[in-house]
Design a protein around this ligand. Structure first.
Ligand code: KIV
Ligand code: ZN
Length: 515
């Protein structure tokens, strides 16, 4: 079996999904779960893009020890130096440099001739080679580039020191046959290609990202790139869990495998979904809620007689079986700690105590507490030791179907005071948001609002996802509670807190940089 390296870019290309705004401690939590999942390379971010991003990449590089950590850079010395600053403490640092090679990008975006692009690429790789043991070079928009130009530039960057060559389908334009042919062409024509690993990076604009990636594997690539749950820029990136399971289920056909611990698949998917606020569609392959549900009578009958009639993936393979162990009212600290460990939650003592208190409150209202409930609570309780700038203290809603709704909220402000306000609205959620806006005394624009339940049952927790615009920035936020209105208020404040945290991180680091 050929081993395929898995390059996860959930924290870089995935974080570019509209509205995703992860806090540093959430990025670290995802990175540690990716390490547990067994990915080979974690692309932790784009260090030169902001001081906050550089700090988060540095923290991930410090904490992740069992896989390589990569940072993205444009083909410029400043970007490469920022990436080295972020990655120098990583156990296995990797630089990922990209430069566009398609005629449309070179002419309109870069305003450079092909010769200038080639020179810039070579200079960047040479500069990077002073620091980095591994240098991945990406020909942005490779699938709309001239293949012979690709041959020339790839040959040159390999000579300059690149160790991995990535040919991204940046705009999701290629087809499986064409993408495979491109890799074969490069293998045949680039004289020094044997010195590097080849990598595939696909976007899903035409719904072919996974198919294109699998075709690239058939054409001999050594590495695949993608994001958990297929999140990412526009229509998303290749869903890594789909590629890994396809290789495992069709082993004989592909004769290739990853090093992933597939039993971590669902856990990784849920963590990423909860922290990013990107809900997984129920019909999504491998990790969707319906992926293992058999609805029609004929299918149910078949599965009862022999599971293999309609089930090609065993739920245990992706880690679904362990989900059945539920905790309840009588579960103590020890059982709860065991469960947190099993769920891969890395908690400080204070975080564990907070989570245990939340769990106990929940058991008063909910008979069975599932893994999903605990993960949902954990995402709310863990703030990397930071206190939220704004915190909901109490909420009162007076709803009357024949009149306006009135709301009173109390919010703990950044200076510790609790401010109370009241306002009205056409409906309960609108009234709550009007009241919070009044407390903040600054305009907030609601861009998106979604609600779902964590599990089935009338006592299920409500999870609300919002996207807001505040102080010129937008962010998603998430709130969880037994009550949908409290969950709505929490989600709104969570989005605002994320914006305030980002502002604070950028301001603090900009200050350091000026000294
Ligand atoms: O899609 C793309 O081209 C990218 C590059 C930065 C590699 O994400
Ligand atoms: Zn991409």
């Amino acid at each position: 079996m050929r081993k395929i390296d898995v390059f996860d870019t959930t924290l870089r290309d995935g974080e570019q999904s509209a509205g995703v705004n992860l806090h540093e401690h959430e990025k670290v939590e995802i990175a540690l779960q990716l390490e547990r999942y067994g990915v080979d390379i974690i692309e932790a971010g784009f260090p030169a893009s902001s001081p906050g991003e550089l700090k988060a990449v540095r923290e991930i590089a410090r904490q992740v020890k069992n896989c390589s950590v990569a940072g993205l850079a444009r083909a410029s010395a400043a970007d490469i130096d920022a990436a080295w600053e972020a990655l120098r403490e990583a156990a296995a640092p990797r630089l990922h440099i990209f430069l566009a090679t398609s005629p449309i990008h070179m002419e309109y975006k870069l305003r450079l001739t092909p010769e200038e692009v080639l020179e810039q690429a070579v200079a960047a790789v040479r500069h990077a080679a002073r620091h980095f043991p591994e240098i991945e070079w990406s020909a942005e928009d490779a699938t709309r580039s001239d293949w012979d130009f690709l041959v020339r530039i790839v040959t040159a960057v390999i000579d300059a020191g690149a160790t991995v060559i990535n040919l991204p389908d940046t705009v999701g334009y290629t087809t499986p046959e064409e993408y495979a042919a491109l890799f074969r062409y490069m293998r045949e024509r680039v004289p020094n290609i044997h010195r590097v690993k080849l990598s595939a990076h696909c976007h899903d604009d035409l719904g072919m990202a996974v198919a294109n990636t699998l075709a690239a594997i058939q054409a001999g690539v050594d590495q695949v790139e993608g994001c958990i749950n297929g999140i990412g820029e526009r229509a998303g990136n290749t869903a890594l869990e789909e590629v890994a399971i396809a290789l495992a289920i069709r082993r004989e056909f592909y004769q290739a495998e990853t090093r992933l611990d597939l039993s971590q698949t669902v856990r990784t998917s849920r963590l990423v979904s909860k922290l990013t606020g990107m809900v997984v569609p129920p019909n999504k392959a491998v990790v969707g809620a319906n992926a293992f549900a058999h609805e029609s009578g004929i299918h149910q009958d078949g599965v009862l007689k022999n599971k293999l009639t309609y089930e090609i993936i065993q739920p245990e393979m992706v880690g679904l079986a362990s989900n059945s162990l539920v905790l309840g009212k009588h579960s103590g600290r020890h059982a709860f700690r065991e469960k947190c460990r099993e769920l891969g939650l890395q908690l400080s003592d204070a975080e564990f105590n907070q989570l245990f208190r939340d769990f106990k409150v929940l058991t008063e209202k909910k008979k069975e507490v599932t893994d999903d409930d605990i993960l949902a609570l954990a995402v709310g309780a863990v703030h990397g030791g930071e206190t939220a700038p704004y915190e909901l203290q109490y909420l009162h809603v007076s709803y009357n179907s024949a009149a306006v709704t009135t709301t009173t909220v109390g919010i703990r402000m950044p200076d510790g005071r609790t401010v109370q306000e009241a306002a009205t609205g056409g409906g309960s959620v609108e009234a709550i948001y009007n009241t919070i806006e009044r407390v903040l005394a600054e305009p907030v624009r609601l861009l998106d609002y979604r609600i779902q339940s964590t599990t089935g049952g009338q006592d299920a927790l409500a999870e609300v996802y919002v996207k807001v615009e505040f102080r010129g920035r937008s962010s998603s936020g998430r709130g969880i509670d037994n009550d949908v209105l409290s969950a709505s208020a929490k989600a709104y404040l969570d989005a605002i807190n994320r914006i305030v945290w980002k502002e604070q991180a950028d301001a603090a680091l900009a200050g350091v940089g000026e000294n």
